[in-house]
Design a protein around this ligand. Structure first.
Ligand code: IDP
Ligand code: MG
Length: 136
C-alpha cells in the first residue's frame, strides 16, 4: 500500500550560517524526498515560542527559541513514502553525539541544541507545522 506523506523540515540557523543548505538538500533528494515547497526566512522569538510550545516547560525552552530566531532558516515541505519516519531516520538522534553514521545530525550537528535540522515527529504534527509556515 502506498503511504505518501508530507513532513516539515527546517534547516536551522547553525547550518544556514555555515552554508550547508545545498548539501543537506542533496541528502534529502538522494534519499528520494521531493522538496515541494521551500522558503528562507527569519522568524521572531515569539514565533519560535509558538512553534516550540510543546517544550515550554523545559529548561532549554528559552535558549532554544532564542536560537531558532537568531538567524535565517530554510523551511521545506518534503514528500516521500512514509516521509515523517524516513525524515526522522535521515536526521538522526536529537543529540549529534548519539546520531548514527550517515545521518544529517551526525555529519553537521554541533550540539544537542544546534543540531542543524528540525523534522516533524508525527503525521498529525506535520500537518500543523506545514500550516504554521505555509498557510497563506
Ligand atoms: P527533535 O528535534 O529531535 O524532535 P526535541 O526533543 O523535539 O528534539 O527538541 C526540540 C529541539 O530542542 C531539539 O532539536 C534541540 O534543538 C533542542 N533540544 C532538545 N533537547 C535539548 C537539551 O537537552 N538541551 C538543549 N537543547 C535541546
Ligand atoms: Mg521534536
Amino acid at each position: 500500500m502506498s503511504n505518501l506523506q508530507q513532513t516539515l523540515s527546517i534547516i536551522k540557523p547553525d547550518a544556514v550560517e555555515r552554508s550547508l543548505e545545498n548539501e543537506i538538500k542533496e541528502m534529502f533528494k538522494s534519499k528520494g524526498f521531493s522538496i515541494l515547497k521551500e522558503k528562507k526566512i527569519q522568524i521572531e522569538k515569539f514565533e519560535a515560542e509558538k512553534f516550540y510550545k510543546v517544550h515550554e516547560t523545559k529548561a532549554f525552552y528559552n535558549d532554544l527559541c532564542a536560537y531558532l530566531s537568531s538567524g535565517p532558516i530554510l523551511v521545506m515541505v518534503l514528500e516521500k513514502e512514509n516521509a515523517v519516519l524516513e525524515n526522522r531516520k535521515l536526521m538522526g538522534a536529537t543529540n549529534p553525539k548519539d546520531a548514527e553514521n550517515g545521518t544529517i545530525r551526525e555529519k553537521y550537528g554541533i550540539s544537542i541544541e544546534k543540531n542543524s535540522v528540525h523534522g516533524s515527529d508525527s503525521v498529525e504534527n506535520a500537518k500543523i507545522e506545514i500550516d504554521f509556515f505555509f498557510k497563506d
